[in-house]
Design a protein around this ligand. Structure first.
Ligand code: MG
Length: 326
């Protein structure tokens, strides 16, 4: 009886304490090398003023086929085996996700952010939404919380509107939303990089360039899917960069924009050459195991990393090759 009482008491005491991290944070990663990123002209640079060009992967929507991979072991594996220096955590703004289950989806995303910080990787907190302009108050509250929690942390970037849906326009929908969320973040965190979505599924960077947001350390999202998007989208990106915009490819795929179709090896190569030339950082979409082309993983893949070639899709194998070699 006595021993049971002691055990329960010990358990309660341990639960009441916040558990210390099992390892000290790593210092062998890109954040220790480059420090906090900032925008300088049309480039994203590190503390020494030199352009920083990162390569990594994005998690899929936090509520669906990606959710089992939202853990520290996967982040560590992506650092160790894929040589990722950036990870993107995608808070799914859907009734099945953050809208319906805010605590669970936020906890999942925070687990990945904390793991990336511990691993010395950059991490994007992505408001993964096609209609964020309909959720402005929710986004403001979320990013205020994130800014309080992570605003002093050089690893963290905020991506405030993944892909505005077709039909939403820059001047009337996306920009006013972005200005509100940026003001809320900046009231708490004056300097971490904020990445702003652009109209037409984050493709119309040239339109944003003609009417940019007046704030510091703002980059703009450019998304491409190699099977669908070709030279015309790179031309739009060049127009935007030549007008002074810093771009960030927070999401790209090897296949068609709907996640299906064939892996387009040659178009992927053209995009990689382009991103290298312009120092564009990028995250492949994505970490999940749905039966379509875009995901990097097959359903047989472990939820905790340690993947072999047999666990990866053809898209995953191609993405890993590019990221490892970056
Ligand atoms: Mg800060």
């Amino acid at each position: 009886m006595k021993s049971i009482f002691i055990s329960l008491f010990t358990l309660l005491a341990l639960t009441a304490c916040s558990s210390p991290p099992s390892h000290p944070p790593a210092t062998d990663g890109p954040v220790s090398a480059h420090g906090q990123l900032r925008v300088q002209g049309n480039k994203i640079v590190g503390t020494n003023g030199q352009p920083v060009c990162l390569a990594g992967v994005s998690y899929g929507w936090s509520q669906w086929e990606a959710r089992r991979f939202y853990n520290a072991e996967v982040v560590d594996w992506l650092k160790q085996d894929w040589k990722c220096n950036i990870i993107r955590a995608a808070l799914g703004i859907r009734p099945e996700g953050y809208l319906g289950h805010p605590a669970a989806d936020k906890a999942r995303v925070c687990k990945v952010i904390d793991a990336a910080i511990a691993a010395d990787l950059y991490v994007i907190i992505d408001w993964h939404d096609h209609f964020a302009n309909e959720h402005t108050d929710l986004a403001v509250a979320f990013f205020q919380e994130m800014a309080r929690k992570y605003g002093n942390d050089p690893h963290v970037m905020y991506e405030i509107f993944n892909e505005p849906s077709k039909g939403l326009n820059w001047a009337g929908d996306v920009k006013p939303y972005a200005e509100k969320v940026i003001a809320a973040i900046r009231a708490i965190d004056p300097d971490n990089l904020i990445i702003v979505g652009t109209a037409n599924w984050s493709q119309d960077v040239d339109i944003a360039a003609a009417d940019p947001i007046k704030a510091d350390n703002i980059a703009y999202t450019l998304h491409f899917y190699a099977g669908t998007h070709k030279q015309y989208l790179r031309d739009k990106a060049v127009v935007a960069m030549n007008q002074g915009l810093a771009l960030f490819v927070t999401e790209w795929g090897t296949c068609n924009a709907d996640g299906a179709g064939a892996v387009d090896v040659e178009s992927t190569r053209e995009w990689m050459t382009f991103m290298r030339k312009w120092d564009l950082s990028h995250c492949n979409w994505g970490i999940y195991d749905k039966a379509e082309t875009a995901p990097i993983l097959l359903p047989r893949a472990s939820s905790h990393g340690g993947w072999t070639e047999k666990d990866l899709t053809p898209s995953g194998r191609l993405a890993r090759e590019w990221i490892r070699g970056w």
